[in-house]
Design a protein around this ligand. Structure first.
Ligand SMILES: [Zn+2]
Length: 216
């Protein structure tokens, strides 16, 4: 029997996997693939008036609700925002992720883009590459980047992967709405999300699409 395809999606904050790859995650899940989203931070900083634990609970609840809609599983680490790389080392997160990759043997890994200006997104890009270099074995997973705050129009020499998300775009929007407490990307313009989906969809002659770059 063929092994069920497994996909890992790394994201700095609890809603990044939805904004960056939500349509694709839902599509893959419907195709029977197993998807695990790894979130590095609850994002406490955006609610200074609430106790950390309260925010963490809220965020975890929202992320799990969104995951359920998309059909993936989510694991959340508690790195502090704007200090990812130090915290990643201090909390020895690598020791948790590498064995996970060894067990799951993912065919694809998605992460933030180096062109994304958000420092936490950049940090996750860096640590993904670091992890990637440490993956052993002959057949390494394909590594893709998704866009949050970076313009998609920037030129790159990496091959693009377009995914037709016409059937799952509404699920993506629904999943995004579960982040009621979210202040980090609350300003994330919905029109930009829709514009992007239409723009990428146009390239593959479908209504909605998501675009990724394969960097490894
Ligand atoms: Zn983010």
């Amino acid at each position: 029997m063929k092994k069920r395809e497994t996909i890992l999606v790394f994201g700095a904050h609890s809603d990044d996997f939805v904004i960056g790859a939500g349509g694709t995650i839902a599509k893959y899940a419907q195709e029977g693939k197993q998807i695990l989203s790894i979130v590095f931070s609850y994002g406490e900083g955006s609610h200074p008036w609430l106790k950390e634990k309260v925010v963490q609970k809220m965020r975890a609840h929202e992320a799990l609700e969104a995951s359920k809609l998309l059909g993936c599983q989510t694991y959340i680490f508690d790195l502090k925002e704007f200090d990812f790389l130090n915290q990643y080392k201090e909390k020895n997160i690598e020791k948790k992720i590498l064995p996970l990759i060894k067990t799951l043997q993912p065919q694809k890994i998605f992460t933030h883009s180096i062109q994304d200006p958000h420092p936490d997104h950049k940090a996750v890009y860096k640590l993904t590459l670091d992890i990637y270099d440490k993956i052993k074995g002959k057949r390494k997973p394909e590594l893709y980047t998704y866009s949050i705050w970076n313009p998609v129009s920037l030129k790159t020499s990496f091959p693009a992967l377009f995914v037709n998300i016409t059937k799952t775009f509404s699920l993506k929007m629904k999943a995004l709405k579960t982040f009621r407490s979210q202040k980090i990307h609350i300003a994330y313009p919905v029109f930009l999300l829709i514009f992007r989906a239409i723009k990428e969809g146009f390239k593959i002659r479908t209504m909605f699409g998501e675009k990724f770059f394969r960097i490894k």
